[in-house]
Design a protein around this ligand. Structure first.
Ligand code: 8YV
Length: 312
């Protein structure tokens, strides 16, 4: 008999197909009466599959007292109450590493696009302005500039490697200095001051909430660019919007926002921002690998084996 599994939200279809083949899936997002749905499943459900922003809170964990494992699709687990899971002895897994390259590619795409203004240059051509007005205005080179990586983890390292291939110098800030060749700055303000591009790669959650605030953006200054592929919560978004409007920083490349998928419309009118709809890991290959890891973690647990990628 297949084990019961609660699925919190709509997930990548091939992953859902694999889950359906292995488990008796119960879709919380399709339940007309959430409380009744959970009450019925409470005696039997030992596993839960969730997806990035849907997460899992303490109320949901309490509703499923037999829960042993929460398997997340995504590396970021800021929407899962990790303290609540720990208290209840629930294992939490995520999908690290398999997305590093794609997210790092996205980080570089934002960096190149915001500094070289390629989306605007293409718009200029498409609007017939090249012939009408002449060459597109000059932009800013990446080579020789310094990228400050805020959060030099596995994704940060993949971004640093790419930025170096573009001729950029790398600095970083982490809570603890790492054994790496890059220059270290003791805090986010100093890193921003020493960088032309501040690249946000930290996890989300309470520890990094609005870490990039007015002080950090002041340190980045009017020639500096901000790129965020981490979580919108890491930036004070209203302050960032104001700084972009008032040209207190040169520009921003953003893949993530504070209240996705709702992006404050004032961002849409900015000509110094490049905006992506959280597509960092959004390729068929990477999403397939993430989904497979999510399912494999559940299968390992239900086979009585250690999970593959447990969140510390
Ligand atoms: C996903 C991400 O798009 O892995 C993450 O933490 O932010 C992205 O790769 C998101 O988690 C949706 O699951």
């Amino acid at each position: 008999m297949k084990a019961d599994l609660v699925v919190t939200t709509r997930i990548y279809a091939p992953t859902q197909q694999r889950l359906d083949a292995e488990f008796a899936c119960h879709k919380l997002h399709e339940a007309a009466d959430r409380a009744a749905f959970l009450k019925k499943l409470a005696p039997s459900v030992r596993g839960l599959a969730t997806f990035g922003p849907a997460g899992a809170d303490a109320v949901l964990m309490d509703a499923l007292p037999k829960l042993e494992i929460i398997s997340n699709f995504g590396v970021g687990v800021d929407a899962i109450d990790l303290d609540a899971a720990k208290k209840r002895g629930i294992i939490v897994t995520n999908t690290p590493d398999v997305l590093n390259d794609c997210v790092a590619d996205t980080a570089m795409a934002l960096t190149v696009n915001v500094m070289r203004k390629f989306p605007q240059a293409e718009g200029y051509l498409r609007a017939g302005q090249w012939a009408a007005k002449g060459a597109y205005p000059l932009t800013t080179s990446l080579g020789g500039k310094t990228m400050g990586v805020l959060g030099l983890g596995r994704i940060g390292e993949a971004i640093a490697k790419r930025a170096q291939a573009f001729g950029m110098k790398i600095r970083y800030h982490n809570r603890h200095k790492k054994d790496v060749a890059h220059a270290y700055d003791a805090d986010a303000v100093t890193l921003a001051k020493n960088s032309d591009v501040l690249m946000i790669v930290t996890p989300g959650g309470a520890a990094t909430d609005r870490l990039v605030n007015a002080k950090v953006l002041d340190a980045l200054g009017p020639e500096g660019y901000l790129v965020n592929i981490a979580r919108g919560s890491v930036v004070d978004e209203p302050v960032l919007l104001k700084y972009l409007q008032e040209k207190k920083i040169a520009g921003a490349g953003l893949d993530v926002f504070a209240d996705e998928p709702r992006v404050p419309p004032a961002f849409f009118t900015l000509d110094n921002a490049v905006l992506f709809p959280h597509v960092g890991s959004a390729t068929t290959e990477t999403r397939t690998a993430m989904g497979n890891l999510q399912v494999d973690n559940l299968l390992a647990h239900f086979a009585g084996k250690p999970v593959l990628t447990r969140v510390a």
